[in-house]
Design a protein around this ligand. Structure first.
Ligand SMILES: [Zn+2]
Length: 56
């Protein structure tokens, strides 16, 4: 079963689920694309970070 929720992500590097919100920014749209909001998260344990894009 694939539960693709942002609430329970674990780090691919260290397996930690202890992450912090790292900020949000607006992504300028490229031609033919819609604007989006990009949210950044980072794990406390190892500093690994990832970004999630939300369509506006
Ligand atoms: Zn990690």
């Amino acid at each position: 079963m694939d539960q693709n929720t942002t609430a329970s992500r674990s780090c691919p590097v260290c397996g930690s689920t202890d992450y912090v919100f790292g900020g949000r920014k607006r992504v300028e749209p490229e031609p033919g694309q819609e604007a989006a909001l990009e949210t950044r998260y980072a794990y406390r344990a190892c500093g690994h970070e990832w970004r999630v894009r939300w369509p506006k």
